[in-house]
Ligand binder design. Structure first.
Ligand SMILES: Nc1nc2c(ncn2[C@@H]2O[C@H](COP(=O)(O)OP(=O)(O)OP(=O)(O)O)[C@@H](O)[C@H]2O)c(=O)[nH]1
Ligand SMILES: [Mg+2]
Length: 305
């Protein structure tokens, strides 16, 4: 099933979809000042961000003027193209995990509750299914429940989980996992990390430490750091992405809980302003509810009602 079909299905429960408003604007009618105002309002309310909304509107206005177009339906294709350009100009948009070296490693980071552990489990299941040897590392060592949760996902996905006792050093778990992977011919290590630490610890410091261990043990081309971002966070999510990117050098973003929101503008904001590729989108809580992001399907779906 293509990305948007699945998305539509999972969005059934969500009323007042953002995309419905946008597509309605392009059904026809005059290209009036009201149209531009409505379009800008909708983009901003959908978490696209003020800068990007203004940029898109300026470009579309110029196009309308140059081509002497007065009907909104005549602008639909061009608007779709502008959105798609913003997305596909970012390298690795919608691409799966890099697996050039063995072992490759993906560190999943993000604030608490964003969906890191669930996404780690879903990715593990997909890569195991494709025939890869996958190892999970339980680097959220602060809560016993977090380790148990990852072990349960490992069982469902059918892969080994490297874990230590609660409270142990997360960097040591990652180090162990890398050694185990090297000695067993593992293709992919997925590292689940903490979203919140006890007050005396600093999350970014801890994650930087993980990154240092990883960089010491593996070549840079085999390492990915993906931000797991909750779509419901809206523009706050954008600020999170900025902070994690600054601290860790992200290689991409996985947007989770897209089934829980009517909006999708955060995808565009992250791509356009941080130049970070959206790699996967989470569309539910089940093991198969993770899709590669498909830019064309996404923009077509936005304007297809
Ligand atoms: N609807 C929906 N729920 C999701 C999705 N991804 C994760 N969840 C749910 O979000 C909740 C939190 O997910 P976790 O994977 O535990 O999040 P986490 O980032 O590991 O959280 P911490 O370990 O506390 O930092 C769980 O109830 C998941 O089932 C998604 O794509 N859609
Ligand atoms: Mg977790």
């Amino acid at each position: 099933m293509v990305f948007w079909d699945r998305l539509k299905e999972s969005l059934k429960g969500v009323r007042d979809r953002w995309s419905r408003g946008i597509s309605a604007l392009f059904l026809g009618g005059a290209v009036s000042e009201e149209f531009w105002v409505d379009l800008e309002d909708l983009l901003i309310s959908g978490d696209v961000g003020v800068d990007l909304a203004e940029g898109l509107i300026a470009e579309l206005k110029e196009y309308a003027k140059r081509e002497r177009l007065s009907e909104t339906s005549q602008l639909r294709e061009r608007f779709l193209g502008l959105l798609e350009e913003r997305l596909i100009s970012v390298p690795k948009m919608g691409e799966p995990l890099f697996m050039a070296c063995r072992p490759s490693l993906t560190l999943l980071v993000g604030v608490n509750g964003s969906g890191k552990t669930t996404t780690t489990g879903k990715l593990a299941a997909q890569y195991v299914k494709q025939g890869h040897r996958v190892l999970l590392a339980a680097a959220d060592t602060y809560r016993a429940a977090a380790i148990e949760q990852l072990k349960a996902w490992g069982e469902r996905a059918g892969c080994r989980v490297i874990a230590q006792a609660p409270g142990s050093d997360a960097a040591a778990v990652v180090f162990d996992a890398i050694q185990a992977a090297k000695s067993t011919g593992t293709d992919l290590i997925l590292v689940d990390s903490a979203g919140r630490l006890h007050t005396k610890h600093n999350l970014m410091e801890e994650l930087r430490k993980l990154r240092r261990i990883i960089d010491r043990e593996l070549p840079p081309e085999s390492v990915e750091v993906l931000l797991v971002l909750d779509a419901v966070m809206g523009q706050n999510g954008f600020r999170q992405a900025e902070a994690f990117h600054e601290a860790l050098g992200l290689t991409g973003v996985i947007l989770t809980k897209y089934d829980n929101t009517a909006k999708g503008g955060i995808l565009l904001a992250v791509a356009d302003r941080l130049k970070l590729p959206i790699r996967y989108v989470g569309l539910g809580e089940d093991i198969e509810d993770l899709r590669l992001f498909a830019p064309r399907d996404f923009v077509e779906g936005l304007l297809s009602d």
